[in-house]
Structure formats: structure tokens, C-alpha cells
Design a protein around this ligand. Structure first.
Ligand code: NAP
Length: 224
């Protein structure tokens, strides 16, 4: 399965304005054409995944609002199932899969989510195991997934070496803030040998932002 990390970031790699803030502030810098680009990309993938915190802070719909009938399946990993049933990913009609753990089998939200017509899958004991989840999704015909953050989720997919490409819509701004979510958070690496290498595939200067497309260096090495 192809995995694309897709994100709107600042020059300093921040995903939001302030710790725990919604990323909607950043979106003030994007025009209709930019939004169309994001939504059309959603139309090209089979699934889109964001972490539970993003559901809580942004309450995104995660649909393709520019093209009919081209919506990705929405996938939300969570251990706590701590989000409201009014969340748009549950209350809008498009397909949603909540991926949670065995420890959440008896959680009251499981029935509520199912009652909203959405799916719940149990993958992993204490955390959702992406190395099990991704093949499971692939077996269901999901061949390309877009991971849209936030930083905690992104860290895990990078750390597990699951990412094939990164597409960044980089706004030419500095946000700052040591607690502000970045493209990847998590524990990070202290050893250069452990860091993940990507190669700049294309760069495009657009009117509001820079479009950066990176591919996994390992993939290139394998191809030669
Ligand atoms: N600019 C952008 O493109 C963009 C895009 C998306 C988000 N954002 C911003 O990013 C911020 C949120 O990012 P964040 O790093 O705090 O959180 P996040 O990555 O959105 O969500 C983290 C949560 O997802 C769940 N999760 C992730 N991996 C899991 C796993 N393997 N198993 C079980 N659950 C898992 C956990 O929920 P539980 O606690 O339930 O276990 C975890 O606490 C928000 O401010 C949002 O606005 C920006």
C-alpha cells in the first residue's frame, strides 16, 4: 500500500498556530484553488487517516468537496475513543473506520459509533498496530492512503518506515512556539543513523505556498 504524508506546514515545520490550536488558522492563507488542490488529492487516494487529537481540535469532515463521489474512506486511530458522537467523521454520511485496540472492546463508544453507521476495528493490544492495520486495509482494496497528521500520528508512521512520499504545502511563514505541533513529534531520534531519509522529487513555487514533494530514499535505492 502506498502511504503519503500530506500536510500544510510553516517554514519552521509547524502544523498549527499555538499548542492544541486548530489548523484552520493556517488555512486563512489558502485560496480556493489551493483548497481544490487538497480536495482533489483526497479524490485520488482510497483512504485518509488523521489522529484523534485532530478530530477533537479541528473536527474535519475529511471529504473531497470539489468532486462528487470521490471521497476517501476516513480512518481514525484512537485508544481512548474520546471524541464526541457529533464529530463530523461520524455524523456525515461518508465511510469512516475507527481503528482502536483490544482494550477498548467494551467501551460504550463502540456501540454508539456503530449506531451512526460507522465501522470499528480492533487492531493491537494497547495501541493500534499500523503494521497489522495497513495490510488489513489493503486486503479491502485500499491501495493508497493519505496520512494528514497531526504530529503524533505522523511520527509513528515515519518511525515504522511506512511512508513512501511526503507532500508539503509550505506556507512562507514562521510560527514558532516550542509546544506547537510539528510535522512529526513523538520521541524523535538522537542518532543520525536512525533518521529517515527522503529525496526532493519536485519543488514548485505557487502563489501562496511552496509545494514540496519528497520520496523515500530507500525506495530509490531499491529501484537501482
Ligand atoms: N496543518 C496540518 O496539515 C494539520 C493536519 C492535521 C492536524 N493538524 C494539527 O495537529 C494537531 C493535533 O496533532 P497531535 O500530534 O496533537 O495529535 P494527532 O496525531 O492528531 O492525534 C494523536 C492521537 O491519535 C491517536 N493515535 C495515534 N496513533 C495511534 C495508535 N497507534 N494507536 C492508538 N491511537 C493512536 C491517539 O489517540 P488516543 O489518545 O485516543 O489514544 C493520539 O493521542 C492539531 O492542533 C491539529 O490542528 C494540522
Amino acid at each position: 500500500m502506498k502511504v503519503t504524508v500530506f500536510s500544510q506546514i510553516s517554514i519552521d515545520g509547524k502544523l498549527t498556530l499555538g499548542n492544541g490550536g486548530s489548523s484552520k488558522g493556517l488555512f486563512q492563507r489558502f485560496n480556493d484553488e489551493d483548497m481544490r488542490f487538497i480536495h482533489k488529492f483526497r479524490g485520488e487516494v482510497d483512504a485518509i487517516m488523521v489522529g484523534r487529537n485532530t478530530i477533537v481540535t479541528d473536527d474535519p469532515q475529511l471529504t473531497n468537496r470539489y468532486e462528487a463521489e470521490r471521497n476517501p474512506i476516513r480512518i481514525i486511530p484512537t485508544t481512548s475513543l474520546d471524541f464526541p458522537v457529533s464529530a463530523k467523521v461520524l455524523s456525515s454520511p461518508e465511510h469512516t473506520i475507527i481503528a482502536t485496540t483490544e482494550s477498548a472492546r467494551d467501551h460504550h463508544m463502540v456501540d454508539q459509533i456503530r449506531a451512526q453507521g460507522k465501522e470499528v476495528v480492533f487492531v493491537g493490544a494497547d495501541k493500534v498496530d499500523f503494521q497489522l492495520l495497513f495490510p488489513l486495509l489493503e486486503a479491502r482494496g485500499i491501495n493508497h492512503i493519505m496520512v494528514e497528521g497531526g504530529g503524533q500520528l505522523n511520527w509513528q508512521v515515519f518511525n515504522l518506515d511506512l511512508v513512501d512520499e511526503i507532500i508539503l504545502m509550505q506556507l512562507p511563514i514562521i510560527i514558532g512556539g516550542s509546544d506547537t505541533t510539528t510535522l512529526t513529534d513523538g520521541e524523535g531520534y538522537q542518532d543520525i543513523a536512525l533518521t529517515k531519509s527522503f529525496k526532493l522529487h519536485t519543488f514548485e513555487e505557487r502563489s501562496n505556498y511552496n509545494l514540496l514533494h519528497f520520496t523515500r530514499e530507500l525506495e530509490l535505492q531499491r529501484a537501482h
